[in-house]
Each structure stands twice: as C-alpha cells, then as structure tokens.
Design a protein. Sequence first.
Length: 141
Amino acid sequence: MGLVVTGISQNGDIAALEAALKAAGLPLDPIQVIGPDDSTQGAASSLGMANTGLNIGGGQGTGVPGITSASPTLGGSTRYFRNEALSDRLGDLEIPDDEMDNYVEALQAGRSVVAYFAKAESIDKVTEIFRASTLAKVKTF
C-alpha cells in the first residue's frame, strides 16, 4: 500500500485542504506543493568550461583544448536544460514512470501538484480529505 497521496490543484491554493487536515487532527508538515514555477527551465550559460586558471605547460604545443585555452562555446548561444530539482521532487513522491508525464503536463499548464506523506494509519483519512477537496486526480502511490 502506498503512503503518498497526490492531487492536482488548479491554482495552488491549499488553505481549505490544510484546514480539513488540521480539523482531522493530522499534521501539516507532510504536505508538499510543487507549483508551476518549479517546472520552468533554467538557463545555463554556454556549455563550455570556465577558464579555471589552470596552467599546464608553457604554451609550447602542450595546450589542452578546454583546459589551457579560453572557455569554449557552442556558437555563443545559451543552452536550456530541464530543471533537475523538479524531476527529483516528483520522483520523491513515488510517482511511477508511466504516470510522470501527467504530472509534468499539469505543471506546464499552470497547475500545482499537492502531495501528503501519510502514515499507514492515516492514509485512508488523508485520501478521503483529498477527494473531498478541490483537488483533481487524487491518487495514492
């Protein structure tokens, strides 16, 4: 049996959910909210190495590209990469690989992923509260 309850919030407002959990005597610290801002791409400067100041050889044919020369660039362009922290955070929710795209798409559409790390004795109550809230696609992993 899974112990992570997830749901999709249209606007990231979980005040009513928190109130319901609190009224049920459940702690709020196991809640995690991953918002659409967490899914934005980060910009990396050119994929070259910075000039480390490492000097190997006296410049007489002993230069090593990428180490003793100036920083190489790929046409001076900026490269983008997927926010690895987002993948790690979603992975922490124990979402199966075949479901992960659904959560990424929800984030890209401006929604938030809400998760609660429940204990075995509270999982049914947490799931019930999630289903009674405004969260969509409530699942347990």
